[in-house]
Design a protein around this ligand. Structure first.
Ligand code: ADP
Ligand code: MG
Length: 322
């Protein structure tokens, strides 16, 4: 299987000196009675601040995450005072086009759930249909159960979840996986949060045909496409993080690149930005490599020149991609 397991970086990713990587979720300690106390004990605010800071744009998603966090904090306080009702249902749907940050936000969401004590471990297991559904009769249940076992105590992220449902094929094994998921989503919801992800229109169709799944999803988050300005900021962020920067004229050239690339097919938002920057780094390396005798300074090594950007095929013809 090619299910991906993400380990949550814990204290390395979150500047929270009071919360070492292995610290158990704080709500176990008795007695928070104010929102501030729950926030302070759980260190959850550090994760939310980091989410705000690290991710460009996504205002509606960030607002929804704050709402969900508020709900969970208040649920904690209610529990303290014996007002507990059923555990809140936390299964979610992240809909949006490729590269809009769904996987990235799922990792942060897992940390928030972990810090507030809603999942034991806070890891994310990311799967697609092929990880859950077998080719032959009898293969699907063990496959799905194996994935569920791995995901227990954390988040199961099912990318392009609608591929589980293939009505055109009467005996498709995807249905079997859906039924097992439904059971676990109901009966073990205190130990596993399922996030379904994919294109919005296909998710909507999937939910219409699968009311049982629809009724178990408590939160729907829509990830909008990024604007050109946001994509440029994302590029800045990615370059800074990897100790590169745009040289004279290069940022303007990249902005122009984005304007052209945006209108082309298969444009995948922030993922296309990442891939484009990778290709531009490749061109920078070839350019520097060609010059055998020049001593290379840190500046040379970290600067993407305008020519590295403009060599893209996107500038050659409006209809090709590269
Ligand atoms: N708002 C954002 N700010 C900065 N980087 C982002 C943002 N959204 C996505 N990225 C980056 O873009 C890439 C694709 O994001 P990802 O979460 O895999 O998208 P999706 O799961 O929706 O296809 C990742 O490298 C991620 O770090
Ligand atoms: Mg993804």
């Amino acid at each position: 299987m090619n299910a991906q397991l993400y380990n949550i970086p814990g204290a390395t990713a979150v500047a929270a000196p009071a919360a070492p990587a292995a610290a158990p979720p704080a709500p176990a300690s008795p007695g928070p009675v104010t929102v501030g106390e729950v926030l302070a004990q759980s260190q959850v605010e550090a994760v939310m601040d980091e989410l705000d800071r690290d991710l460009i744009g996504l205002a509606p998603v960030k607002a929804r995450i704050r709402d969900i966090a508020a709900l969970l904090v208040i649920a904690r306080l209610r529990e303290q005072l014996g007002l507990a009702s059923a555990k809140p249902s936390l299964h979610m749907c992240f809909s949006g086009n490729p590269g809009t940050g769904k996987t990235t936000v799922a990792l942060r969401m897992a940390q928030i759930l972990y810090r507030l004590g809603y999942v034991r471990k806070g890891h994310v297991v990311s799967v697609t249909r092929d990880d859950l559904v077998g080719q032959y009769i009898g293969h699907t249940a063990p496959k799905t159960k194996e994935v569920l076992k791995k995901a227990m105590g954390g988040v199961l992220f099912i990318d392009e979840a609608y591929y589980l449902y293939r009505p055109e094929n009467e005996r498709d094994y995807g249905q079997e996986a859906i039924e097992i998921l439904l059971q676990v989503m109901e009966n073990q919801r205190d130990d596993l949060v399922v996030i379904l992800a994919g294109y919005k229109d296909r998710m909507d169709t999937f939910f219409q045909s699968n009311p049982g799944m629809s009724s178990r999803i408590a939160h729907h988050l829509d990830f909008p496409d990024y604007s050109g300005a946001e994509l440029l900021q994302i590029a800045d962020r990615m370059l800074t993080d990897s100790h590169y920067r745009f040289g004279p004229g290069a940022r303007e050239a990249f902005d122009e690149y984005l304007q052209r690339r945006l209108t082309q097919p298969h444009f995948a938002n922030a993922r296309s930005v990442r891939n484009a920057l990778d290709r531009m780094r490749l061109r920078q390396a070839s350019r520097l490599f060609a010059d055998r005798d020049r001593p290379l300074t840190a500046d040379d090594l970290s600067t993407l020149a305008e020519s590295d950007i403009r060599a893209s095929r996107v500038f050659a013809s409006p209809s090709t991609t590269a």
